[in-house]
Write a protein that binds this ligand. Structure first.
Ligand code: NAI
Ligand code: MG
Length: 363
């Protein structure tokens, strides 16, 4: 039997609440197929760890994570620890150390999910965002000169390397080609006269290798407007780290809400573990009440199954989410329901059970 070793960083706030339910779903799915199972190892890292030890993770944390097949992350960040520390010393450290340079965020309106837009058909919201995840605006390069003095100066540099830009754009073209869909690049070449002019140039260069892929290119401000006004024109989308971060939250709002949006941080070469997570944060305002929506975390479990080559089970989980949304009976308050986090996950598990012949279930 194949054993998939998963490092679990549940993190802060609602992180542990939703991740536990994702694990229940993964275990249920693995129970259907006797050829593989998951082995979960828990790491207590996050803001509580920081308050005890003055750091977000063990000093050799990256070394410890290296041996795993994947990382399953809840959310990190909590009042009391500055967000730039919690984000940089854990989440961004993992993404960078493991060269998880592709961030895949589906913006797909599932059956039964509500959109904030009027007059759109469900099929019109079906985008796949491919966000550069290792450099760009989140390179961390910069300086803070004369801090606290009248003449202080802050520099926050973007880094767009030839290698980093080419590889994300090429990955997006490969994806669009495989899926037979168009590819849209989102940049800002008019104002960002080095980085984004370069991005646009690389996009054009790589596009010459893929004559079969239909392309479009938008400025980020226009893209934000068009995602609302005419979402169907976006299919596969490639963009930079910052723009992808912002536009996928907008995407979440038009595709079922932040409680439903998932993201995969992928190292395509599989030299290092990839990481799967909901895109939302630790939601301190609702933490501890058992009402966080676990569906984003469960969707990211579906992405993990796809990544391991179990697309049939990835689809089974996604189908279960669609059925639950279509039934509309067991939903958390963010989706105007009254159910708890665990009630939603239990219903997902029931739906999965009902789609599999009972004699094949061995958990
Ligand atoms: P957030 O995503 O935690 O919350 C924004 C709003 O969405 C809140 O009203 C919250 O209640 C709601 N929400 C989020 N997830 C939900 C869920 N599963 N079910 C129902 N409602 C949900 O973003 P916010 O408030 O800006 O950040 C809170 C903390 O999370 C900060 O410390 C921030 O740095 C951190 N953060 C961490 C991320 C990560 O670990 N990947 C990503 C974004 C923020
Ligand atoms: Mg974000």
């Amino acid at each position: 039997m194949k054993i998939l070793k998963i490092a679990v960083i549940a993190g802060d706030g609602v992180g542990p609440e939703v991740i536990n339910e994702g694990i229940n779903v993964l275990n249920k799915v693995a129970g259907i197929d006797s050829s593989f199972k998951f082995e979960f190892t828990y790491f207590p890292w996050g803001c509580e760890f920081y308050s005890k030890h003055g750091k977000m993770m063990d000093d050799d944390g990256i070394e410890q994570l290296k041996e795993f097949d994947a990382i399953y992350l809840g959310a990190v960040g909590f009042p009391g620890v500055p967000d730039h520390i919690s984000l940089w010393d854990l989440l961004l450290k993992i993404r960078k150390s493991f060269d998880q340079y592709v961030n895949i965020r589906p913006v797909t309106l599932l059956k039964g999910a509500k959109t904030a837009l009027n007059d759109v058909k469900r099929e019109d919201i079906n985008m796949l965002f491919i966000r550069e995840n290792s450099e760009g605006e989140y390179s961390g390069a910069g300086d803070w000169l004369f801090k606290g003095q009248e003449h202080e100066v802050v520099l926050q540099n973007s880094v767009f390397s030839r290698k980093g830009t080419e590889r994300i754009i090429r990955y997006a073209f490969e994806t669009a080609k495989k899926e037979g869909r168009s590819l849209t690049s989102i940049s800002k070449g008019n104002a960002l006269n080095y980085s984004m002019v370069f991005w646009d140039q690389v996009f054009e260069e790589v596009s010459a290798e893929y004559p079969e892929v239909k392309t479009a290119s938008y400025l980020v401000d226009a893209a934000a407007m068009l995602m609302i006004k005419d979402p169907k024109r976006f299919e596969v989308v490639v963009t930079s780290n910052l723009f992808g971060d912002i536009l996928t939250d907008l995407g979440a709002a038009i595709a079922g809400g932040i409680g439903l949006a998932a993201g995969a941080n992928i190292n395509p070469e599989r030299d290092y573990p990839s990481m799967f997570e909901p895109i939302h944060g630790s939601a301190p305002d609702i933490a501890g009440r058992g009402i966080a929506n676990p569906l984003a975390t469960i969707w990211s479990a579906s992405q993990m199954l796809d990544f391991f080559g179990y697309e049939v089970y990835g689809k089974m989980v996604l189908d279960a989410i669609e059925q639950l949304l279509t039934e509309g009976q067991v939903l958390t308050p963010d989706m105007n329901g009254t159910a708890s986090t665990s009630e939603v996950a239990d219903r997902i598990i029931e739906i999965i059970e009902s789609t599999v012949p009972s004699n094949t279930l061995n958990v």
